[in-house]
Design a protein. Structure first.
Length: 185
């Protein structure tokens, strides 16, 4: 994604057409990030708009030596984390009980790769419990380590590791079930 400096300067001057052009240019990238953190499109769009507003409000602090796409992705991820924290404060705390899973044998990932496209995998990730989904996305997709995740989400490193392990096991199980169902049909 290449954004010219003139467009950024026009956005800083609060020119609506420039802001709209920037929105159109970055929509796909930002929506892809938001869909990893929200279960439905409406919530993802809400998150995207909130993140885009932060992008517009902070354009003056953008340093041109940093790739613009990386900068807007980071703001969007941080916005998703902020929204998660805000939602957690307003909810009644609960403890997620670990599921008793049967021992899983190694999955033939080459076979899984042939049978699953990106949209199907995203749909499976979105079926994970909300906290496990966020930990999975932050660790696997966004490259955070467990210490950073624990700090961001207000949990211990051990809890972060448990959620990642649980998410992986649940995804393996869902993939196996889908493959079995597809083979039967």
């Amino acid at each position: 994604m290449t954004i010219n400096n003139q467009l950024i300067q026009a956005c800083i001057r609060k020119e609506r057409r420039a802001q709209y052009e920037l929105y159109k240019s970055s929509y796909g990238i930002l929506m892809a990030v938001c869909l990893r953190y929200e279960r439905n499109k409406e919530d993802a769009e809400f998150l995207l708009n909130k993140a885009f507003l932060k992008i517009l409000n902070n354009l003056e602090s953008y340093a041109p030596e940093v790739p613009f796409e990386a900068w807007i992705r980071r703001i969007t991820i941080n916005t998703a984390i902020d929204e998660y924290r805000k939602a957690q404060r307003s909810k009644v705390d609960y403890v997620e009980e670990p599921m008793q899973l049967a021992a899983l044998s190694e999955m033939d990932y080459n076979e899984a790769e042939k049978q699953f496209d990106a949209e199907e995998l995203i749909a499976l990730v979105q079926q994970l419990p909300p906290v496990s989904q966020k930990v999975f996305n932050l660790y696997i997709i966004d490259g955070y380590n467990h210490k950073e995740i624990a700090e961001q989400l207000g949990m211990s490193e051990g809890t972060s590791k448990w959620h990642l392990s649980s998410a992986r096991k649940k995804l393996q199980e869902m993939m196996r079930k889908k493959m079995d169902n597809d083979n039967v049909a």
